[in-house]
Design a protein around this ligand. Structure first.
Ligand code: FMN
Length: 336
């Protein structure tokens, strides 16, 4: 069977179903996976699942929407690698804020090596909270990550003075969050044994002790079992995702930007760790806004660095919900 015949024979619905599967590998706040995909013969719908929104830590739904945006971009990448040109309608119904996006096929598109490589990264990308290596990110690598981000939104690399300010803001945010009983309880749920199986953060992905960093990473309120070797994040680069609005549509696009930057970073061995606490605490949100020189609104801080191959143990892997919990293909079986 020729390559072309494969594409001709394949129906968009099958590609939608596969794209939704790939999208379930997307990063999400506390691994809440706050999405539901509905596969239809002629379209793919993405819904926000508010039951997995963090009521205390994310009352506005910013982190939820960023997570849905990352999943949306993963689906777009998977469809492009399958040879489909896709039209995306974001938040198409003012009356239904939970219908996050609708994707329809607008034709066939050539598959590029770059597209295939990005789609492969969906299965490899993960969050590694261990210290990065001493090796600086090559300039050309940083440029590639910035270019990937800019194709979707805005990313600002921070200067060393700004990183020091981000570090103190992250400390303040951690203290505020630790002192908020509701946020602490939420964190305890998503990192504890009572969490829904296949969601949240198991001890195996959380560092066994705090890492040495200029910008402290999120304090999950309990040590994990992930062995952490020596190392300090001297060579890490910090960045902010930002944009000119601060509403659900902007956060969704920022999630797509996050995915674009992260998948490209993965292709060149750059590890990415999002830092969301600084954005969620009002006082430190203002610090980030100042760091951006009021260029725009901050959505997420990121640590970038070359993953250190000398860290002990295999890279951490976070579980996922079974596909049936996040993808609904029933509209396809209704057709049969
Ligand atoms: C919007 C958003 C915010 C996040 N915030 C943090 C954070 O503050 N600290 C952290 O260590 N990881 C953070 N993460 C990473 C998630 O915890 C991670 O994506 C999730 O646990 C799934 O694991 P994986 O990325 O290894 O697949 C964030 C991810 C997203 C999408």
């Amino acid at each position: 069977m020729s390559h072309e015949t494969t594409f001709v024979d394949r129906l968009p619905a099958a590609a939608f179903a596969d794209a939704a599967t790939a999208a379930s590998k997307a990063p999400s706040i506390l691994n809440t996976q706050p999405w539901l995909w509905e596969v239809h013969p002629d379209r793919l719908d993405l819904f926000a699942n508010r039951r997995r929104q963090l009521a205390a830590g994310d009352p506005q739904g910013r982190q939820l929407m960023l997570s849905c945006g990352a999943a949306l971009h993963h689906a777009r990448v998977a469809l492009a690698a399958d040879g489909w040109a896709v039209h995306v309608d974001r938040l198409p119904h003012a009356g239904d804020p939970d219908l996050v996006a609708t994707l329809v096929v607008s034709g066939r598109a050539p598959v590029t090596m770059e597209g295939l490589r990005l789609a492969h990264m969906i299965w490899i990308r993960h969050t590694d909270r261990r210290p990065v290596s001493e090796q600086p990110i090559p300039e050309v690598g940083l440029q590639a990550i910035e270019a990937a981000a800019r194709a979707e939104g805005d990313l600002q690399i921070l200067s060393s003075e700004d990183v020091a300010d981000l570090g103190s803001a992250a400390c303040r945010a951690a203290a505020v969050e630790a002192g908020d009983a509701q946020v602490a309880a939420e964190l305890a749920y998503w990192t504890g044994r009572a969490r829904l199986a296949g969601t949240g953060l198991p001890p195996s992905v959380l560092p066994a002790h705090p890492t040495q960093t200029i910008v402290p990473s999120r304090d999950f309120g309990r040590p994990g079992t992930l062995p952490v070797g020596a190392g300090h994040d001297h060579a890490a680069v910090y960045a902010l995702l930002f944009g000119d609005g601060d509403g659900p549509h902007d956060w969704l696009r920022a999630g797509e930007t996050l995915s674009a930057a992260w998948l490209t970073a993965t292709t060149i061995g750059v590890s990415v760790v999002p830092l969301s606490g600084v954005v969620e605490v009002a006082d430190t949100w203002h610090t980030l806004r100042r760091l951006l020189a009021r260029l725009g609104y901050p959505y997420l801080a990121l640590r970038l660095g070359i993953a250190n191959p000398e860290q002990p143990g295999p890279p951490p892997r976070t579980p996922r919900l079974p596909r049936a919990r996040v993808v609904d293909d029933s509209a396809l079986s209704d057709q049969r």
